[in-house]
Design a protein around this ligand. Structure first.
Ligand SMILES: [Zn+2]
Ligand SMILES: [Zn+2]
Length: 313
């Protein structure tokens, strides 16, 4: 007997991330629609925001369902990286003699409720108790939603952000959030038809940054980027140049600054592309710009000042 279609850890992981970032994009759209009518910050419109989020309960449920499914698949990917056959644990499989091929995808796999325990038994990186508690809560909400057609309890929008941030931190680690979002977004078939005038997948993430950075707290920002939210940020010329489209230039939006100075080094590091770029500390020659982080004359780059985005002369 040959077993075919044995799952791969890498493919399962990418599916988990695709569902995960789908959840973020839905969350982004909920906020964007509100801010189109009530500009500024949602917190400036407490009554309107409360009414709006209550009316959006089904959207928040969908986000929770996506996160639950994403976490489940991410844990399966972790098991699969040890051995795909761990996914069959506890299913009491009895194999008749089969000549020919047995399709793995037709076998019953481990129940989601058992996943955290099995991951902690077999995988080198352990899941924390707080993650397991959060996962069980999200799984319960998902089950209610699937069985009853609604979660039948209101879901606090701040809880949704908290779950999204904590799940990424536990499942994929610190500092990989934006680079993974760009990587997963680049597979959108939309880009097959794009002639490049609309920017690449970075533009999609850069477009979301103003709202995403507004809705996450300082500690959540640290968890997803690995850097303090209050640290001064600069333009990464690689991300702004690749994301730039015929319709949009990112040099006028502070939220699109994705790089920061590395302590004790003449380099900046970008949390979106994970690139390191040489800089020199010199005053920007644009009067009015207080910037003093300038791209090194030794690197090939059309831009000059990482604070205002001024071109090289
Ligand atoms: Zn970058
Ligand atoms: Zn400048």
């Amino acid at each position: 007997m040959t077993i075919v279609n044995v799952p791969s850890a890498e493919k399962l992981n990418d599916l988990a991330l695709a569902l995960y970032f789908d959840a973020w994009e839905r969350l982004y759209r909920i906020h964007e629609s509100f801010l189109n009518f009530y500009p500024g910050k949602a917190s400036s419109w407490p009554n309107e925001w409360k009414k709006y989020t209550e009316a959006s309960s089904r959207d928040f449920e969908t986000i929770i369902n996506l996160v639950a499914q994403s976490a489940e698949i991410a844990m399966k990917s972790k098991l699969c990286s040890v051995s795909p056959f761990l996914l069959l644990l506890g299913q009491g499989l009895s194999f008749k003699r089969v000549d020919g091929e047995l399709d793995f995808s037709e076998l019953r796999t481990i129940d989601s409720v058992d996943l955290p325990g099995v991951v902690n038994a077999f995988c080198p990186e352990k899941l924390t108790d707080s993650f397991i508690q959060d996962f069980n809560k999200v799984r319960r909400l998902r089950n209610k939603s699937v069985h009853l057609g609604e979660a039948s309890e209101s879901i606090d929008p701040r809880y949704v952000v908290d779950v999204l941030v904590n799940f990424f931190h536990h499942l994929w680690g610190e500092g990989n959030f934006f680079s993974e979002w760009v990587r997963i977004s680049s597979r959108d078939p939309h880009f097959l038809f794009d002639d490049g005038s609309g920017g690449d997948s970075r533009s999609r993430v850069l477009d979301s940054l103003d709202i995403i950075l507004e809705i996450i707290t300082k500690s959540q920002f640290k968890k997803i980027t690995g850097v303090s939210k209050s640290k001064r940020r600069y333009y990464c010329f690689r991300c702004t140049a690749k994301g730039k489209s015929d319709y949009k230039d990112y040099f006028f939006e502070d939220s699109c600054k994705t790089a920061y100075l590395l302590d004790g080094e003449d380099q900046i590091y970008c949390f979106m592309c994970k690139g390191r770029f040489d800089i020199i500390r010199e005053k920007c020659d644009d009067c009015g710009c207080p910037g003093d982080v300038i791209s090194s004359p030794h690197i090939k780059c059309d831009f000059h000042c990482h604070s205002c985005g001024r071109d090289r002369e």
